[in-house]
Design a protein around this ligand. Structure first.
Ligand code: TXA
Ligand code: MG
Length: 315
């Protein structure tokens, strides 16, 4: 299959492909998504196949309006409207009770559904043009870093999906924050673009943070994720990192990610926004090792630390 590369002016074509049951990757403000129409179960099944995604890992439904959320979810608690009025459209995903209109395959059989209203004009326009909701996980092979530009999507899916809409680099470079609102309680399932503190400020209370042992709550937490091919090693002091680099003679073979200045030429800025693209760059260069400096500032950043820990896991 030839993967069409479409521009903003060709969204009509992208919508036509989606409505015809094909997969189309498109940009959101967080990362690129691999979309299918919610009404086409066959297409949704092929999302799992083409990504190599475990069938027990549910997908996020992208919609344009609160009315659409109300059609897809049941028992919506008042706190939903508080969060929606501050963060929608934007990089927040909420878990609600699933209406039986939502095909079970979307939620991998769970009784819940993940929904978000993206902010990106291309995502919004595509939702409008297809007249429904778009189911979309991040547009990367399962376990690989998410895609933050069209080249990443093609690295993973060229020839395997019908089209990708080019929206340049994504604004956030990291996925949406996922919170569960079941039983009216706000529980953070995946740190992301919106910080815990921002959510707490809006709800005027504290947010529970789901621990790894609660991974039944969000199946995606169970897997190694966002991982480059090169092993990633974490350091808590600059001196240790520099010593390791020299001892292993990593010049020309390694990469350093750090927020502070390091006396190593191959060091790059460590940030939530550029993390995935740096990992993909390391893979393209065939590097042997990525060293990450987790200094105090980095350790305070829940989202960045979450992605670093997941990407550096060995399984
Ligand atoms: O920013 C984003 O959220 C991007 C863009 C494309 O919207 N999407 C994204 O999708 O990151 P994905 O599939 O890569 O990650 C979705 C996460 C997974 O960890 C999944 O387990 C969780 O959301 N999730 C989806 N439905 C759920 C549900 N019903 N209950 C609990 N967790 C759910
Ligand atoms: Mg993903």
């Amino acid at each position: 299959m030839k993967t069409e590369r479409l521009s903003y002016s060709q969204l009509g074509r992208a919508a036509e492909l989606l409505l015809g049951g094909n997969l189309v990757a498109f940009p959101t403000e967080t990362v690129y998504g691999l979309g299918a129409c919610i009404s086409n179960e066959e297409a949704i099944r092929s999302i799992f196949e083409v990504k190599g995604r475990p069938s027990d890992n549910p997908l996020i439904v992208h919609v344009g309006t609160l009315e659409q959320v109300e059609e897809l979810a049941i028992e919506i608690p008042p706190i939903f409207y508080t969060l929606a009025s501050h963060f929608f459209p934007g990089p927040l995903t909420v878990i609600l009770g699933r209406h039986n209109k939502v095909p079970a395959i979307v939620s991998a059989g769970l009784q819940t559904v993940a929904v978000r209203i993206p902010f990106h004009p291309i995502a919004r326009e595509l939702i409008l043009l297809t007249g429904g909701a778009l189911v979309a996980p991040s547009a990367n092979l399962s376990g690989k870093p998410s895609s933050t530009e069209v080249g990443h999507v093609l690295e993973d899916f060229d020839g395997k999906i019908s089209a990708v809409v080019d929206g340049g680099k994504t604004e956030w470079g990291v996925e949406s924050t996922v919170v569960s609102l079941l039983e009216g309680k706000v529980v953070l399932l995946r740190p992301g673009a919106i910080s815990l503190e921002e959510i707490e400020a809006v709800i005027g209370g504290s947010v529970e943070v789901a621990q790894e042992k609660d991974c039944g709550l969000s199946p995606g937490m169970r897997y190694r994720h966002y991982a480059p091919c090169a092993p990633m090693k974490l350091f808590f002091s600059k001196e240790e990192l520099v010593l390791y680099w020299k001892e292993k003679e990593l010049q020309g073979k390694g990469m350093v990610l750090s927020q502070s200045v390091i006396p190593i030429e191959e060091s790059h800025e460590l940030s939530v926004k550029n993390f995935y693209s740096q990992l993909r760059l390391a893979d393209r260069k065939g590097l042997e090792e990525i060293l990450v400096l987790c200094d105090e500032e980095v350790r305070k950043d829940l989202t960045l630390m979450n992605r670093i820990m997941r990407a550096s896991r060995s399984e």
